[in-house]
Design a binder for this molecule. Structure first.
Ligand code: HEC
Ligand code: HEC
Ligand code: HEC
Ligand code: HEC
Ligand code: HEC
Ligand code: HEC
Ligand code: HEC
Ligand code: HEC
Length: 318
């Protein structure tokens, strides 16, 4: 219950006999000190006088000006904490206005980030009133996500996700956008692609198309794969022979980016995996980088060397 209601202090700030008629209320409603129709928030701020200083931030939730405090709070009391009209937990309150964020309910292709319906729902990430960060966010950049994903988060279906405290540990090669903002690749609410991705990140052994790795090519030029001969599109070449092209687009059974690269971080240079995934197996893979090239031993082949300046002649076959 709102303390002034509990104390039966109806008239000091809210209701009075000075006969101000609020356009919001029916004719027989108790009179109020200010016209709630035109200045509804003033009644609230007359007691909550620290509000304006506390919320002197760059961005204010439009709901406060457009719908007023009463868009979310009941003035007298409520069955929900903080006198909220609807509980904030599991996203309920916010979805009364932002129902588009429940799009996964009507479109079975969309998968949601389940946390928007768990615990505090939307206010896991957003401030309901105001913030200095755009979109009313609580934290900036990857800190927003690391608040939870620093640890290995447990999913509803019993998996434990990667712990980013390990992914971002000192000494590892970290993919720059991961240190900057997870939103370079992930959507915060829901997505039609797996793992909340912003675009497609395809499987490892299927026919190559640019669309299939659309996610990677939002930032990297697809030329690193598409041209067969190059002296600039990629460093992964033997002389001018493009080894990305050879591996990814050269044969019917193409190797996706995920056969060789980690997406977040790796203990090897160039985000190279220390294993090669094949079906459910993790097969050993050893990569070494040199000044002008590198070498690799994998379950697919024995030692192969590449050199950009002095092309290396590898033995034929495996
Ligand atoms: C007569 C003074 C007064 C007015 C007017 C007033 N409040 Fe309050 N309100 C209080 C006091 C006192 C508290 C308890 C102390 C605190 O949390 O600041 C409180 C607490 C609250 C709380 C927190 C409740 C909780 O469970 O922690 C909310 C939300 C709130 N008020 C909203 C409003 C809204 C919305 C309005 C305008 C419709 C409003 N108040 C107008 C005096 C007032
Ligand atoms: C969009 C919905 C929404 C609107 C509009 C809104 N609030 Fe809130 N308010 C919340 C939620 C949600 C909480 C609880 C936050 C939590 O538990 O983390 C809250 C908490 C509060 C609290 C208690 C905690 C605190 O931050 O001090 C006060 C007081 C309060 N609101 C006052 C107001 C006033 C005054 C207005 C209008 C100027 C207002 N609110 C408008 C959603 C809203
Ligand atoms: C009473 C209706 C209402 C409720 C309830 C409501 N909002 Fe909003 N919200 C709006 C309106 C109106 C806008 C501005 C138009 C838009 O962007 O859709 C807005 C905009 C936003 C934005 C975008 C702000 C920006 O700067 O781009 C965010 C984020 C947001 N709301 C989060 C929330 C959260 C979190 C809650 C629950 C605590 C919530 N809203 C509850 C009406 C509401
Ligand atoms: C995991 C953190 C997280 C949760 C939980 C979350 N959001 Fe967001 N939200 C974000 C981020 C990050 C952005 C900024 C997106 C951008 O800039 O493109 C955003 C943007 C928004 C916007 C403005 C842009 C848009 O997409 O319309 C609205 C409105 C919004 N959120 C509402 C909600 C509502 C409602 C909920 C709960 C049902 C919710 N959010 C839960 C992280 C979150
Ligand atoms: C408040 C805690 C919290 C925050 C903040 C948060 N997440 Fe999550 N996230 C979870 C939980 C819990 C799950 C598991 C949901 C489930 O499937 O049960 C999850 C699942 C995921 C998944 C899906 C993994 C899978 O295999 O199903 C991705 C991807 C993800 N989060 C990315 C992000 C990104 C990006 C951000 C920042 C924009 C973020 N998360 C912020 C708690 C959080
Ligand atoms: C360069 C793009 C990119 C960036 C940036 C990125 N991710 Fe991912 N993330 C992916 C891809 C691609 C997958 C799917 C990997 C796969 O299926 O092998 C993924 C998967 C995940 C998963 C599921 C992991 C699991 O155990 O199944 C989580 C959780 C996740 N990312 C969180 C984050 C967080 C948190 C950040 C920021 C700190 C982040 N991601 C930044 C591309 C990215
Ligand atoms: C949001 C932008 C963005 C996306 C999306 C992205 N990257 Fe990157 N990536 C970068 C930046 C920035 C660098 C550092 C500069 C450079 O090498 O171009 C980088 C570097 C790399 C490197 C070299 C790392 C090193 O240590 O030198 C590899 C490998 C890589 N990315 C692979 C991928 C793969 C695979 C994908 C698709 C899952 C992808 N990237 C998606 C931004 C991105
Ligand atoms: C067969 C293994 C393999 C596959 C498959 C592969 N890469 Fe690479 N990639 C490498 C190696 C090795 C390097 C390091 C080249 C060097 O610096 O000597 C590299 C380097 C890179 C770089 C750094 C810039 C450059 O081109 O040298 C990017 C970005 C990159 N790869 C993206 C991708 C993307 C995107 C895909 C999928 C379309 C992909 N890679 C598939 C092995 C692979």
């Amino acid at each position: 219950m709102h303390p002034p209601t509990k104390d039966r202090d109806c008239t000091s700030m809210c209701h009075s006999d000075t006969k101000v008629r609020s356009s919001k209320f029916p004719k027989n409603h108790p009179l109020v000190t200010v016209d709630l129709g035109t200045k509804p928030n003033e009644t609230c701020l007359s007691c909550h006088d620290d509000w304006s200083t506390k919320h002197k931030k760059k961005f204010t939730h439009s709901a406060i000006e457009q719908m007023t405090c009463l868009g979310c709070h009941s003035p007298h009391g409520s069955d929900s904490p903080r006198m909220l009209r609807t509980p904030v937990n599991e996203g309920e309150l916010c979805l009364t206005c932002h129902s588009d964020k429940d799009n996964w309910k009507t479109d079975s292709k969309i998968k949601e980030h389940k946390i928007i319906h768990q615990k505090k729902g939307c206010v896991n990430c957003h401030d309901p009133h105001s913030s200095n960060i755009k979109s009313l966010l609580l934290r900036e950049g990857n800190k927003l996500c690391l608040e939870c994903h620093n640890q290995g988060v447990k999913t509803a279906d019993g998996r434990t996700l990667k712990a980013f405290s390990q992914e971002l540990a000192k000494g590892r090669t970290i993919h720059p956008p991961v240190e900057d903002d997870c939103q370079g690749c992930h959507q915060p609410h829901s997505s039609t692609f797996k793992k909340l991705l912003k675009d497609e990140f395809g499987d490892n052994y299927s026919e190559f198309s640019e669309k299939q790795f659309g996610l990677c090519f939002t930032c990297h030029s697809s030329e690193l794969v598409t041209v067969a001969k190059t002296s600039s599109a990629t460093e992964f070449r033997n002389g001018e022979f493009n080894l990305h092209n050879f591996h990814v687009a050269g044969t019917p059974k193409n190797r996706g980016c995920g056969t060789c690269h980690e997406v977040h971080s790796s203990k090897n240079p160039r985000l190279i995996k220390d294993h090669m995934p094949y079906k459910d197996y993790r097969l050993p893979q050893v990569y070494e980088k040199t000044a002008d090239g590198g070498s690799c031993v994998t379950a697919c082949h024995g030692l192969k060397v590449y050199d950009r300046k002095k092309p290396f002649t590898n033995s034929k076959g495996r």
